[in-house]
Design a protein around this ligand. Structure first.
Ligand SMILES: Cc1cc2nc3c(=O)[nH]c(=O)nc-3n(C[C@H](O)[C@H](O)[C@H](O)COP(=O)(O)OP(=O)(O)OC[C@H]3O[C@@H](n4cnc5c(N)ncnc54)[C@H](O)[C@@H]3O)c2cc1C
Length: 259
């Protein structure tokens, strides 16, 4: 079972991010870290490869400046190798351009299964994985909360607003996993040391044979027109229990459709 995990390397969310005043894009000059959202995909891939009795977990990432810090974290968790696409001409690449680059890199790995997060922590358009599936001509299953391999198929419990759907798809397929699908392991000291010498294949747009006019700012069909501060959270409702508080709680949970 060969699994590819799409791994986005992002600026540390704990440090306030800066926006380029011209393009309003996030500045990605410093060290990038493994997006927490993708740690679930890495853990899921490791568990599926183990359950299948073998196979490799390959990471695929597109990031500027030959950045591998986030990839090394995922390699320390146990992934075998990584493909990094890094090229100055990719600056300004939008979600579809990113999908084109990642799809070309994934094709090289010839995986049985491709995992990604439902959305990244910094861009969170939630569109890249389904675009990858379309470009590769593969089925996609989104919002997986449980993933199981059964012969040449993947069985997925797909989170919905009211519960979950059971979906079965032939392999290869692209599956996006939700946060909490598994508990990501912490890299061990041995894993961290081993990760330093695991292979990371660094490729350019030309290496992948991707049309340079389809990526970068020139190929982008998305433009960031404005960025605004998120609204501050409201204080919430305080329910004073005078014997019937439970009814207010039930009504609230019903509104959220969790009951
Ligand atoms: C106009 C515009 C300009 C941009 N310019 C730049 C730029 O100059 N430099 C730059 O680095 N980024 C840039 N980006 C962001 C970059 O292209 C994003 O990676 C891409 O838009 C994916 O969007 P997202 O974060 O919303 O992914 P989502 O669709 O929310 O991601 C879902 C999942 O897909 C996978 N995934 C997404 N992106 C990557 C990736 N890059 N590598 C591996 N896996 C991935 C991950 O598993 C992720 O959790 C730009 C985006 C836009 C819209």
């Amino acid at each position: 079972m060969n699994v590819v995990v799409c791994v986005k390397q992002i600026p540390d969310p704990a440090a306030p991010g800066a926006l380029d005043p011209g393009t309003k894009n996030l500045v990605r000059e410093g060290k990038l870290i493994l997006d927490d959202s993708d740690a679930y995909g890495v853990e899921m891939a490791l568990q599926l490869a183990d359950a299948a009795g073998g196979g490799d977990v390959t990471l695929v990432s597109m990031a500027p400046n030959g950045e591998t810090s986030g990839l090394r974290t995922a390699l320390a968790m146990g992934a075998a190798k990584a493909i990094l696409v890094s090229d100055d001409s990719l600056a300004g690449t939008d979600a579809l351009g990113t999908a084109k680059v990642l799809a070309a890199a994934i094709r090289r790995a010839e995986p049985d299964l491709i995992l990604a997060a439902t959305e990244s922590t910094d861009g969170y358009t939630g569109t890249t994985p389904v675009q990858i599936a379309e470009l590769l001509g593969l089925p996609s299953v989104t919002f997986a909360k449980k993933v199981e391999i059964s012969g040449a198929s993947v069985k997925v419990e797909r989170q919905t607003e009211t519960g979950y759907d059971e979906v079965e798809s032939p392999l290869p397929a692209v599956v996006t996993v939700t946060a909490g699908v598994v508990e990501p392991r912490y890299p061990s000291f041995k894993g961290i040391m081993a990760a330093k010498s695991k292979p990371v294949d660094v490729l350019t747009v030309a290496d992948l044979g991707v049309d340079a006019g389809q990526v970068g700012a020139a190929g982008a069909r998305q433009e960031i027109t404005d960025v605004a501060e998120a609204e501050a959270r409201s204080a919430g409702d305080i329910v004073v229990d005078e014997g019937e508080g439970y009814q207010r709680v039930i009504e609230f949970l019903e509104q959220l459709k969790v009951l």
